[in-house]
Design a protein around this ligand. Structure first.
Ligand SMILES: [Zn+2]
Length: 270
């Protein structure tokens, strides 16, 4: 705790003034445009590696950046009592954000636990909330990992039954350079994109093109961030060389809806 307290004092002496200015500028009208689901790992600093500022995005963190899927779909769907769907509703319906980002990472302890349980199911501890969490929400990711290991680096389909337009294909680790746990981590990010769509209240936003879901992955030891490219069907490093192509892909896939363009013009004139 001493480190945290010393940090607060250091914060007061350095960045506080500048941050307070930003809070004052935004006041009660922050306009975040994205919600990021990422891992609680202490090495993950999402606002730092995206250089986000006050009011830019919502961040939800848990073990393994998992979003539990809806227990049932369609007219019979139940209301979920988990944090993650609640955060989705807050960000999308009340916050009006247009982008959901799921960001996983290399050497993820939650994913390593999931893989360990897959290798040795008898190690499952029925009194462990963590074991239950990763098994319940990582079950499908492990199934897809088995498929990837069996078939090699070919395109895998991530079918979306609830919102078919959100289906995509992915080639996980095309040159087989990642350890198996990191392959699972990347698959797990993409599986969450499917899980998110299972929540009925998002369907109309997704189908009308007002909401988009993206997968990212952070290589901790290299400090490199990747974006999943639906065009290239793989994770692509976000660097000076690739960023223009990645932004062009996003612009082409997710054009700003006509009615929102009008809103922007209206805001510009007020
Ligand atoms: Zn993690």
């Amino acid at each position: 705790m001493n480190k945290i307290l010393r940090g607060v004092v250091q914060f007061r002496q350095t960045v506080r003034k500048d941050l307070a200015k930003q809070f004052a500028e935004i006041q009660d009208h922050p306009t975040p445009t994205a919600v990021m689901f990422t891992c609680m790992d202490s090495r993950m600093l999402p606002t730092r590696f995206t250089q986000s500022q006050v009011g830019d995005m919502f961040v939800v963190r848990n073990a393994g950046n998992m979003i539990p899927d809806a227990p049932t779909y369609g007219a019979f769907s139940e209301v979920s009592v988990n944090t993650e769907p609640a955060a989705l509703e807050l960000a999308v319906k009340r916050g009006g954000i247009r982008h959901i980002v799921v960001c996983g990472h290399s050497d993820c302890k939650a994913i390593n636990t999931l893989y360990g349980l897959h290798q040795c199911p008898k190690n499952f501890d029925s009194s462990s909330p963590m074991d239950h969490w990763v098994r319940r929400n990582g079950f499908n990711s492990v199934k897809r990992l088995n498929e990837r290991l069996h078939r090699g680096p070919s395109a895998m389909k991530f079918e979306n039954e609830v919102v078919p337009s959100q289906s995509f294909e992915a080639i996980i680790d095309p040159v087989d350079r990642l350890p198996v746990e990191d392959k699972l981590s990347q698959i797990n990010v993409l599986q969450q994109l499917v899980n998110i769509c299972s929540h009925e209240f998002l369907k109309e936003y997704l189908e009308s093109g007002k909401l988009h879901i993206h997968g990212m992955w952070f290589d901790i030891y290299a400090g490199e961030d990747y974006l999943f490219s639906k065009d290239k069907k793989q994770f692509v490093v976000i660097d000076e060389k690739n960023v223009t192509d990645l932004m062009a892909e996003l612009d082409a896939r997710y054009p700003v809806p006509e009615d929102e363009k009008d809103q922007k013009v209206a805001f510009a004139h007020t």
